[in-house]
Write a protein that binds this ligand. Structure first.
Ligand SMILES: [Zn+2]
Length: 313
């Protein structure tokens, strides 16, 4: 683990965001992680040296100690399977550099060779094999990446009071250079409205998360729960109006949650490549507000053992 004083991922990302805003002003998106990483690290004894894509199987990104002198390289997988996630991966590895790396010095090299092991190898879909220290570290790097690429104040400003639509999400993913999954998940985390996202595959929920307001009103997505037949997510990419810009109204009785069923608007995104659908559920009314026990919503993907890696999908 780090020899640094422990840094909070969100705070560290926000500090860099302020720096970017001061230097670049409004025109700072999408965040150029490579430039930022070089600039921020250049005066350190162990700066970031090379940042490059490669096609090595089995990892999505890597922060690798230079073998001959105090420095670090960031590598990211260029395989098309990871398309759309490169920027997030770079930001994640930069997060390990800022939050977790041991500071390398000449003392870590003997006869011109590195004498310690300190690489960060980040693999997708491996959460079930992580030890808990690793899990915390990986989640911290993801949190750092998320706040650095999509600062809350800017994201809030982009959305304003607008309805969440396919076009608006397209604007968000373009602006920040992130995947749809990352953009939607971020919105769910901060929106004051009642909304939820459900990632489905083969008729079941793989993972889901409700916004705070939705959770308080009894909306909770269980991994493994069957997706209702009348849901847009179940109709498939060729289904009725599956590419409409606005969410589609469904009557009460389609989606059921712990406090019963209510009408919902659903916006579904199908990914052939990943074999999943991301469904965004928007609830208009607020029938059960204020009397549901307040509790932090929990991630529910552990059931499937591939947790937060979906963040980047
Ligand atoms: Zn990692």
């Amino acid at each position: 683990m780090s020899e640094h004083k422990k840094k909070a991922p969100q705070k560290e990302a926000n500090r860099l965001s302020v720096l970017l805003r001061t230097v670049l002003g409004g025109d700072r998106f999408p965040v150029n992680i490579a430039d930022l990483a070089r600039e921020v690290s250049k005066n350190n004894e162990d700066p970031i040296n090379k940042i490059q894509g490669c096609a090595i199987d089995g990892f999505e990104g890597m922060l690798r100690a230079h073998r001959k002198r105090p420095a670090w390289n960031i590598l990211y997988n260029e395989d098309p399977r990871y398309k759309g996630r490169e920027r997030f991966t770079l930001a994640h590895e930069f997060g390990h550099y800022m939050l977790h790396r041991p500071q390398l010095s000449k003392l870590d090299y003997k006869d011109g060779q590195l004498i310690r092991e300190c690489d960060f190898e980040c693999q997708p879909m491996q959460m079930n094999t992580w030890k808990s220290a690793e899990k915390v570290r990986e989640e911290e790097a993801d949190t750092f990446a998320s706040f650095l690429l999509m600062p809350l104040d800017d994201y809030r400003e982009q959305v304003g009071r607008q309805e969440m639509t396919r076009d608006l999400l397209g604007h968000i993913t373009d602006r920040y250079g992130v995947s749809l999954m990352a953009a939607i998940r971020k919105w769910i985390e901060f929106t004051d409205t009642r909304a939820a996202m459900v990632v489905t595959t083969d008729g079941f929920a793989l993972w889901g998360r409700a916004s705070k307001a939705a959770y308080k009103s009894g909306v909770f997505i269980r991994s493994g729960m069957p997706i209702p037949e009348a849901a847009i997510a179940e109709k498939g990419p060729s289904g009725v109006a599956s590419d409409q810009d606005k969410a589609i109204c469904l009557p009460a009785g389609v989606w059921n949650f712990s406090r019963g069923s209510e009408p919902v608007r659903e916006l579904a995104f199908f990914s052939h490549r990943l074999g999943i659908c991301i469904s965004l559920l928007l609830f208009d009314g607020d029938p059960y507000a204020a009397n549901f026990e307040e509790e932090e919503p929990a991630d529910t993907l552990d059931h499937f053992g591939n947790g937060n890696r979906l963040w980047r999908a």
